[in-house]
Design a protein around this ligand. Sequence first.
Ligand SMILES: Cc1cc2nc3c(=O)[nH]c(=O)nc-3n(C[C@H](O)[C@H](O)[C@H](O)COP(=O)(O)OP(=O)(O)OC[C@H]3O[C@@H](n4cnc5c(N)ncnc54)[C@H](O)[C@@H]3O)c2cc1C
Length: 486
Amino acid sequence: MNLLWYRNDLRIHSHRALQQALERDEPVIAVYFLCEQQWDNHDVAPLRRWYVLQSLLELGDALAERGVDLHVLDAGDFAAVPGLLADFVGEHGIERLFCSREYPLNELNRDRAVAQALEPLGVQITGFDDSVLVPPRTLNTGKGTPYTVFSAFKKRWDVWLDSHFEPVAALPAAGAGNGRFVGKGGVESALKKMTVPDSLTRHWQPGEAAALKQLDDFAEHHLAGYRKHRDFPSQPATSALSAALSAGTLSPASCYRAATLAMADAGARDGAACWIGELAWRDFYRQIMARFPRVSRGGAFRPETELLQWSQDPDLFQAWCEGRTGYPLVDAAMRQLVATGWMHNRLRMVTAMFLSKHLWLDWRLGERFFMQHLIDGDFAANNGGWQWSASSGTDAVPYFRVFNPVRQSQRFDAQGEFIARWVPALRELDNKTVHEPWKQPLLAPDYPPPVVPHAGVRERVTEAFKAAKAQYDDSNHSPTSRKEQA
Ligand SMILES: Cc1cc2nc3c(=O)[nH]c(=O)nc-3n(C[C@H](O)[C@H](O)[C@H](O)COP(=O)(O)OP(=O)(O)OC[C@H]3O[C@@H](n4cnc5c(N)ncnc54)[C@H](O)[C@@H]3O)c2cc1C
């Protein structure tokens, strides 16, 4: 008997592990472990949990149609998984286990413990790198070190994919089981226990079928114009596939294939190439997470930035969380996040830089708040994006570059359409005043003034980063530290 262990890969198509398990022409069953405590410990947003559980229900039905039983077991926490899996393997006479590899630290530790638990039972484990396009340990610089600069990584990534990319073969007709969904009631009751308002869920369609349709629609209608329009949050110009990619209802291979096929049309080539670049960013941050474990332990990629003295101001943090900073684009973005569980990429950069540079608050506070709300909350991409914005990360924005929230607003929401959608108090303002309402306070009496001025931020940030760097260099080159290292 062969076992497919589902994790963050809730689909049946473009799924190498499932395809290979079914190919063997032997009975296949599938298992999924519910780990709600793990979600609690990692601030996983209720909306994301809802998306995963709903997608799991759809997956159970899709597997049933293929004659594959799905068993959902309540493990609570990763720590219980090895024991439960060993019992399951014994009960069902499993000889081979297939899964898609996962790279976050806790997942790696869980998988090591599983390998140890299954070894004495003689189970053969086969993993596939389907959650990425290029596995995290594949590409190295000429010196044999991991890439830490995106542009160099991307060049090698393109070349590697040109010669290695292979779409997953279609699934064989059917498995040999009855197609039972064991534990469906547990998934339904976990969903019932959750209190995610319709106002949030109505923006989303969970499951693989919806994700595939969304990919088709995006490739047909928006991919060609992606480069040109992707930075304007009032336009539906990006794919909004991040939730599907992070829960695995869609594979990155399906995305890459759709984009490369679209390139046959000269008019779509540039947009498709640009979108493929975003898939490369996704892999880039995954290899950073896999190869620099300190980022998974809450550490900054650049150690000198650990010496920055962040301010502690709960009121400023609260104003940012609630979209009351007095900067219209920042506030509109934060309200979009809380109301829909998603935020446009440009605005993730703007709000993250605003928190870490203007408010001078520790980026980890914002990283956590994003995870608590995002439907696509994904450690590698979120941590990478936050550390990029706060200039503590790999290939991060230089610390002296600080987005001016007014300039960003004028550039990327020139007519104020996006702001009007999310900040009703500014709806009546003209397209000049809407970016700086404090200049006409009588026109928007219900909107707060800026919580901090923009002037002086760049200088203050530059000074703080320089001081942290000097302190770091001193302490790492002092005679004592040299002696300690010797
Ligand atoms: C501060 C900050 C936090 C972020 N947090 C997350 C997160 O938790 N989860 C997440 O999936 N993305 C995150 N991103 C990356 C990016 O903002 C989102 O992936 C993107 O906005 C999702 O929208 P989309 O699906 O329409 O993207 P598209 O523009 O259509 O891009 C296609 C796919 O490429 C990937 N992608 C795009 N941009 C990036 C990027 N910069 N880094 C990594 N992958 C990328 C995503 O999987 C995305 O779905 C973050 C970025 C920043 C700056």
